[in-house]
Design a protein around this ligand. Structure first.
Ligand SMILES: [Zn+2]
Ligand SMILES: [Zn+2]
Length: 280
């Protein structure tokens, strides 16, 4: 990154977790259950103010999964949520109202990343056009097949959304073209195809160093180190399994080219323990 790039203040927030089998989230994993937390980044840019990377879980996740077909989502990923872990509650404890958030960047439209979206009624909502185009018109089983729960989207979503075309900016090693969100190099969005249509990651220049938010480009950082993808049983909810494996290879290439960058998948228990639980 260039020297005059503004430093973004970044805090990682835990919004609760679901239970997942290790041998599902990584091929060759143990037969034990993992706590897969859904992490959100609260960012503060010196010129553009506060923004969120995803909104994680929120208590309404339990309401919208009460009845079929979306009850199946909760059966597949048993939820352990606490209202005090919703982003809105995290902000309240910091003396911040929901209006303090000017923008929300949506990595992809899976329910565990957008459940808090309705808590930010004034924010600009930023996603890749292809991501929204894939889920926008879906309901019922067709939505469930995309791990998308329509009731989680604000009713004025399209009025507040900025839907980005394919990226053409600065190229990151392995990962390809980016979109420079503020045009100053501080936040670069990048494609992470495969897991969900139009999924994006974000390279952020922060006070903790350069961080790559990898969303669900992998569930475990171990997957990147060992280039080991999730088990085939997870493919039911995956957009393109081959592209998902290719993206994992691209993340591996990026990690080798930029060892200075910490990669933060949304649900990795190892990352959660080190970067959230053990933080002062
Ligand atoms: Zn996902
Ligand atoms: Zn996820």
């Amino acid at each position: 990154m260039k020297q005059d790039v503004p430093v973004v203040q970044c805090e990682l927030l835990d919004t609760g977790y679901c239970l997942a089998w290790e041998h599902h989230v990584i091929q060759g994993g143990a037969h034990r259950q993992l706590h897969c937390h859904s992490l959100v980044a609260l960012l503060y840019h010196p010129q553009h103010g506060r923004l969120l990377w995803d909104t994680g879980y929120a208590p309404r996740m339990l309401e919208v999964t009460q009845r079929l077909p979306f009850a199946l989502y909760r059966m597949a990923t048993p939820l352990c949520l606490d209202p005090q872990l919703a982003v809105k509650a995290h902000l309240q404890r910091r003396g911040l109202a929901p209006d303090a958030i000017g923008r929300v960047i949506i990595s992809h439209f899976h329910a565990d990343h957008i459940a808090g979206l309705r808590d930010f009624p004034r924010a600009e909502l930023i996603a890749l056009h292809s991501a929204y185009a894939d889920v926008g018109g879906r309901s019922g089983l067709s939505a469930l097949r995309r791990a998308f729960i329509p009731a989680l989207l604000p009713t004025d979503f399209t009025a507040r959304a900025t839907l980005l075309p394919a990226f053409t900016g600065e190229v990151l090693p392995g990962l390809g073209a980016t979109h420079d969100l503020f045009g100053d190099g501080s936040l670069l969005l990048v494609d992470l195809p495969g897991h969900a249509r139009g999924q994006i990651g974000m390279l952020a220049h922060t006070q903790r160093g350069d961080l790559l938010f990898a969303a669900d480009g992998c569930w475990l950082t171990r997957s990147i180190r060992e280039q080991r993808p999730p088990s085939r049983v997870t493919h039911l909810f995956v957009d393109d399994a081959r592209a998902m494996c290719t993206t994992l290879g691209h993340l591996h290439t990026f990690a080798q080219a930029r060892p200075d960058v910490m990669i933060i998948p949304s649900h990795c228990p190892e990352t959660f323990a080190r970067e959230v639980e053990q933080q002062p």
